[in-house]
Design a protein around this ligand. Structure first.
Ligand code: ADP
Length: 467
């Protein structure tokens, strides 16, 4: 599995549920070293001669019950480090070519190079695939319909205009209606401009990205294309995120037996070297450590959280200064604040299953997945009222509680002061054990799986093809 965040979760979880809706899916991924090493059987279905400097193969692969195409182009993808950057953390200088190639390959599949597979729809995710709708658009009809999904407008894939010819786009593509974006080539922009349909991952984010505050320069285009824009909330894979059968928990549990969470809290406090106190409210954080995620606000709020008598455990990685800040804060408050820097899925599960509440103070959040995991695991989400956080967490106001709703705490605006107030509110509710149990029951009853979203995607694909 190649994953740097929520995008990896979605592209891994949506395709396996679409067949239940009658949609056949094949997912194209780059032949990164880890992907190639994991292949047992692969069937070559096409050869691209002289594909950006060397030949490349398109492989058909089955793995984990999913059908994949893998673009086997070692000169582009077989490298040490991550998908986008080398071991030194610096972006590969040829990312523009690497992901144009991926999109070109997707467009070629769309035009039928994999002889047994002629898709009706090519669905591109984020800037990495943003040129696929562009290649199909400029190749002309007949072509499959195209959908561009924007998971996060903060990552746009902007590359110099000099690449245009090298990546095989016609000169006419370099226009405001095409791939041109502030004098460069915008990969995400191209997809948003040229795909037949656009989707994003929550209704609130769909509205926010049409404003200058959150549109990141694309708000004008998105307003112009509002008629083609749909919002479909993400889900989580509820077989992977299943507290009743989670191998990473010290104790499995379900909505009927929330008391079985207790050993997880104990294990979590132990793992982070905190005082093992069942009677202390434990906040958890699983996050990229970035400005987007409001982690600087959280860092500033730590003294208040500790001062209120709560504990906090944080798992994350990202900006060096934030990583250092959290490590230093944990050193200053041993037994009360714990921080682990890194990417650790088993530990992420233990945090969801052991923390009393999960903090997500994002400045913007297209959908967010951690709060969905938290709902399912009964870790009450304390979130900023933005994007998908606003759409998926029901603030436990008196009115919400009166109608049997209320799954968490929302706060706005996204400031340190409001975050501290929200933590205080959560703490007050936590002390009311009966109320907290009700919140947990509501949270754990929330439908956070993929079935509903999969139905929406399937309906959209059908409608598009029927047009
Ligand atoms: P984003 O994609 O913006 O990072 P999301 O909330 O949409 O945020 O998705 C984040 C996903 O990555 C979740 O599945 C979360 O559990 C996981 N994750 C984030 N940071 C870590 C980490 N340090 N260790 C393990 N899992 C993490």
């Amino acid at each position: 599995m190649i994953k740097t965040g929520g995008l990896g979760d979605v592209v891994g979880a949506l395709p396996p549920v679409l067949p239940q809706e009658g949609i056949t899916v094949r997912t194209l991924i780059p032949g990164y070293t880890s992907v190639m090493n994991a292949l047992s059987t692969a069937q070559p279905v096409h050869e691209f001669a002289n594909f950006h400097g060397a030949s490349a193969r398109l492989l058909a692969v089955q793995a984990s019950g999913m059908d994949f195409f893998v673009l086997d182009a070692p000169h582009l993808y077989a490298r040490p480090g991550g998908p986008y950057a080398g071991p030194d953390g610096k972006d590969w200088p040829d990312n523009g070519v690497r992901f144009a190639a991926l999109s070109q390959c997707a467009a070629a599949i769309g035009r039928g190079v994999a002889s047994d597979f002629q898709p009706h729809v090519v669905h591109a995710h984020d800037w990495q695939a943003g040129l696929a709708p562009a290649y199909l658009h400029y190749a002309g009809e007949p072509r499959p319909r195209t959908v561009m999904t924007a998971h996060n407008l903060a990552f746009q894939g902007q590359f110099p205009r000099e690449l245009l010819d090298r990546i095989g786009l016609p000169p006419s593509a370099f226009s405001v209606d095409g791939v041109e974006y502030y004098g460069s080539i915008g990969y995400l922009k191209a997809g948003l401009a040229l795909a037949d349909r656009i989707t994003t991952v929550s209704p609130t984010y769909a509205a926010e990205i049409q404003t200058p505050e959150t549109g990141m320069g694309l708000e004008g285009l998105l307003r112009h294309r509002a008629g083609a824009l749909t919002a479909i909330l993400n889900g989580i894979d509820d077989t992977v995120w299943n507290p009743a059968a989670d191998p990473w928990l010290a104790s499995t549990f379900d909505a009927k037996h929330p008391a079985n969470r207790v050993p997880n809290k104990q294990a979590l406090q132990g793992r982070f070297g905190l005082d093992v106190e069942p009677q202390t409210c434990l906040f958890g954080v699983v996050s990229r450590l970035t400005h987007q995620k409001g982690m600087d606000l959280l860092l500033d709020a730590l003294p208040a959280i500790e001062g209120a008598g709560a504990q906090l455990v944080l798992l994350g990685s990202g900006d060096r200064s934030l990583e250092n800040g959290f490590v230093a804060a944990a050193r200053r408050a041993p037994g009360r604040i714990g921080a682990l820097i890194g990417y650790d899925e088993p530990l992420a599960h233990l945090i969801q299953g052991g923390a009393d509440a999960l903090l997500v103070p994002s400045r913007f959040e297209p959908c967010g997945l951690t709060q969905l995991c938290a709902l399912r695991y009964g870790a009450i989400p304390v979130v900023s009222r933005v994007g998908g956080l606003a759409d998926t967490v029901v603030d436990a106001s008196d009115a919400a509680l009166a109608r049997g709703a209320g799954t968490g705490v929302q706060f706005t605006p996204v400031t340190r002061a409001m975050l501290e107030l929200a933590v205080g509110r959560a703490l007050a509710m936590w002390r009311d054990r009966a109320l907290w149990r009700r919140l947990q029951a509501h949270a754990m009853a929330t439908d956070v799986g993929w079935r509903r979203p999969a139905k929406r995607y399937a309906a959209m694909f059908r409608e598009l093809v029927a047009q």
